[in-house]
Each structure stands twice: as C-alpha cells, then as structure tokens.
Design a protein around this ligand. Structure first.
Ligand SMILES: Cc1cc2nc3c(=O)[nH]c(=O)nc-3n(C[C@H](O)[C@H](O)[C@H](O)COP(=O)(O)OP(=O)(O)OC[C@H]3O[C@@H](n4cnc5c(N)ncnc54)[C@H](O)[C@@H]3O)c2cc1C
Length: 425
C-alpha cells in the first residue's frame, strides 16, 4: 500500500540492511536518499565480507546458558573461535557482562528465539525475490547448508538447539558418515557426521549482491549523498535534515542503518545503545580445487565455508576489540588453518601468498536482537542496526518492518522486542 503524499526518507548506510530498507521504502512510494561515504557494500561494510549464509534456522543468540563456562577455554586456546583484545577490555567489560547475563537462562533464550525467528524465516525466498528484481537471480543459491561435526555425539550435544529449530518448522536432515563422504569427497577424516538445513541458501557474492541492490535503488530514483552522516536537525520535535560531512540533507524521515557506525548516530537520536563490534575475518582462497554446492560450517571452527566467484571463502572468528584497533591477521590465518584441516588433500594448494584477508565489524548488541523502530528523541528517526552475526539473513524482514513503521501501517510482526529503549539508555 502506498500513501498519497510521498515522503523523503534518508537511509544512512548502504550495507545490506540500508539497501533492503531503501528498496522497501521505495516500494511504499517514497523518495529515498542514500547517505553513504563509501561504495555500497564495499570492503568497509560487514555486508561485503560475511559468510554469505542465508539460514532460516539462525534463531539462536550467541550467548546461551553455560557459555560463560566455555569462555576461559576459548580464551586460552590461541586457535579458538573467540578472543578478546585485552587492552580494550575496560571498554568492553560492561557489554560482555550484559552479553553473558542475556544468556543466563533457557527461558530468556526461548523469548529471544521467538523474536529472532520472524526476522530469519523467509530469508531465502526474500533474497531470491530481491535478486530477481535486481536482475541477478544467480547470486542466490538454494542448495541447503551443512553443519559438519566430528561425530554424532557432537551433534547431539546441540540437541536442544536443534529441537528448538524443529519446533518452529525448520527442516533438517542428519547425514551419516558414508553419505557425507559421497557428498563431500574432499572433506577430511576428522568430520564424520553432518546435519543439512534443507531450506538454507547462500549469497554467491555478497559484495556484488549489494552493488546490484544499490543499482536497483538508484534506477528507481534513489539519490546518493557520498558523505558520512554526523547528526540530525530536529526542530519542534520533528526531523528536518540529516547533517552530513557534506552539509544538511533535507528529509522527512531517516533510517539509521550504518552498521557499527550506528552507535554514535543512535546516541544523537536519544538512544545510548550498547553496540560494539564483534570483529570477524575472512580468507578467500583463489582456485581452491573444490566447488561447494552448499555452504559448510564445521563444529570446531564455527565458521562459514562457501564457494564464491573469487574462490573458497572461509569467514568467522569473534574478536572483541575496539573498532579502531588494527586487524590481527593471525585470526585470518586461524581460519586458513581450519580450511586446511577440512580439506587436507587440497591444503598444499592453499597458497597463503595469493589469499585475500579481510576484517569487518559485526554490529552487536548484547542480547542477540537488533534495534528496529522509532528513536526516542524524534518519531521521524528509525533504527535498523545491530544485527550482529545475522544481518544478511535478517535484512529483508527488517526492511519490511521499518517501511511499515515509517508509514504507520500495521507491522508484519511484533516490533516490541527490538525497541532500543530496552537497554534503558
Ligand atoms: C566474518 C563475518 C561473517 C558473517 N557471516 C554472516 C552470514 O553468513 N550471514 C549473515 O546473515 N550475516 C553474517 N555476518 C553478519 C553480517 O555481515 C552483518 O550483520 C551485516 O552485514 C550488517 O549489515 P549492515 O548493513 O547493518 O552494516 P554494514 O554492512 O557494515 O554497512 C554499514 C554501512 O554504513 C556505512 N556507514 C557507517 N557510518 C556511517 C555514517 N556515519 N554515515 C553514513 N554511512 C555510514 C558504512 O560505510 C557501511 O557501508 C557476518 C559478519 C562477519 C564479520
């Protein structure tokens, strides 16, 4: 449904969340101005370098009961999936405490899961429809996703999570060792069991996909302001402009979708959200000698392993560190080490000189939920950030919710769990 008088809506940030929001807001009949200092979906964006997984089953928050007991082990393991930059600890301690407390009971997890599911469930269909519209249907594949385990006991250790997924209707099938070997002949002997998410999919090339969505938005009339947003002009409680490094951009509404850059803007919008970067890394191995139909995730490395046009992408690691701390490329090399364990016969050909290494910022709140909805300081400002590990998955549903809220339409699902005021900031 479109309203009679179109609004001018500024979308701040052209990562996957901002781009999906821009397209959905255009669909509702409004004019869009995209404010982004860099290339849409360029290397600065988490949306460029992520694991490309589209999983309707991404319902679990990272902080779950018992995690705090595992953290010391993770921290002592130099090749583990989780690390903290100790010099940044004072800055991170408060977030970390809230993060652990958020996962302190299964009752809390069930509430979180119920709030995450509407954001995840339609992801593959939604992205496939967007890719069709953008003329790049080949960029969304629907071959499922496979978790690989050392044995079935490891899988059963996560039985509770899998039961929660099944209860929501997520379909998966177990893969016994012989079938796993047939499916993935190059997979190393360390992995002897699999679980396949039948309805999972992948973005073949996340950067190219973002570029295609941006082109579609521009073709449909979106304006581009190539500058960073710095604040807002609010008079009489109503928004009149987004302030940028290049001057004010007049608008009726604005959406804060600037990934990790959203924190400072949210403060100006009246919401001091505890948003930090869970930094992640990827390596892309060109000419790896293997083409995966379905994305993989090994239980030990907790990383996404996907084929992309540039090569085999291995994306993962959680490094809690300040945004400005230089990348620690040893984290990328850990990913490469896992890739060698996964595919031992190919390990020799994984030439580290030709490998592309990347680091990006997952914009993360402590409770596993993004911030979506009107800001406290002004009803014309809307949050759409904080999607942490699953922003690619959750972007289309976030966009639909934001577009409905901007128009005052009935939201497609309950927005209250994502309210920024839940942090009491
Ligand atoms: C290693 C890794 C693996 C991941 N794997 C997956 C996965 O498999 N599936 C999944 O769903 N998610 C995954 N994620 C998470 C996902 O990438 C993010 O949640 C998502 O990309 C966030 O999108 P975004 O648009 O909010 O932010 P971004 O993609 O970071 O985009 C934000 C944009 O805002 C711009 N910006 C910043 N400040 C300003 C400002 N002041 N004014 C204007 N513009 C500004 C930036 O330049 C940037 O272009 C992964 C992340 C990492 C790091």
């Amino acid at each position: 449904m479109t309203r009679e008088t179109p609004l001018t809506v500024a979308v701040i940030g052209a990562g996957i969340v901002g781009l999906c929001a821009a397209l959905e807001i255009q669909r509702a009949g409004h004019r869009v101005v995209i404010i982004e200092p860099d290339e849409p979906g360029g290397r600065q964006a988490a949306s460029y370098g992520n694991g490309a997984w589209l999983s309707p089953a991404a319902i679990m928050p990272i902080s779950v009961p018992g995690l705090w007991r595992k953290i010391p082990r993770f921290l002592l393991d130099p090749t583990g999936p989780f690390t903290i930059a100790w010099r940044d600890l004072p800055h991170l301690a408060c977030w970390l405490t809230r993060f652990i407390l958020a996962g302190r009971s299964w009752r809390r997890i069930e509430t979180c899961v119920a709030a995450r599911y509407p954001l995840c469930k339609g992801t593959v269909t939604d992205h496939a429809a967007l890719a069709d519209e953008a003329g790049v249907p080949q960029l969304i594949t629907r071959e499922g996703l496979i978790f690989v385990y050392r044995d079935r006991a490891e899988f059963l250790a996560e039985a509770r999570e899998w039961r929660m997924r099944a209860a929501l209707g997520v379909r998966f099938s177990e893969i016994a060792e012989a079938d796993l070997r047939r499916l993935l002949p190059q997979l190393g002997p360390a992995y002897r069991f699999g679980a396949r998410l039948d309805d999972g999919g992948q973005v073949a090339d996340p950067g190219a996909y973002c570029r295609a969505l941006a082109e579609l938005a521009f073709k449909r009339g979106a304006m581009r302001v190539a500058a960073g947003a710095t604040g807002f002009t609010i008079a009489g409680g109503r928004l009149s402009a987004v302030e940028t490094e290049g001057g004010p951009v007049a608008c009726d509404r604005a959406v804060i979708a600037a990934g990790i850059g959203s924190r400072a803007l949210a403060v100006q919008a009246g919401d001091a959200v505890p948003l930090i970067s869970e930094r992640g890394y990827h390596v892309v191995i060109p000419d790896p000698g293997i083409a995966l139909a379905a994305g993989l995730m090994p239980s030990d490395g907790k990383m996404a392993v996907v084929s992309t046009p540039q090569g085999l992408r291995v994306a993962g690691q959680v490094e809690l560190a300040a945004v400005s701390t230089p990348p620690d490329w040893r984290r990328a090399d850990i990913l490469l080490g896992f890739a060698r364990t996964m595919f031992p016969a190919l390990a020799e050909t994984f030439d580290s000189a030709t490998i592309d290494r990347w680091m990006g910022h997952r914009p993360s709140t402590p409770d596993g939920l993004p911030c979506i909805g009107a800001a406290s300081a002004c009803p014309d400002l809307f949050h759409a950030f904080g999607h942490a590990h699953t922003g690619l998955i959750q972007a289309p549903a976030t966009a639909r919710l934001v577009a409905a809220l901007i128009d005052g339409r009935k939201p497609p699902f309950d927005p209250s769990p994502y309210c920024a005021r839940r942090f009491g900031g």
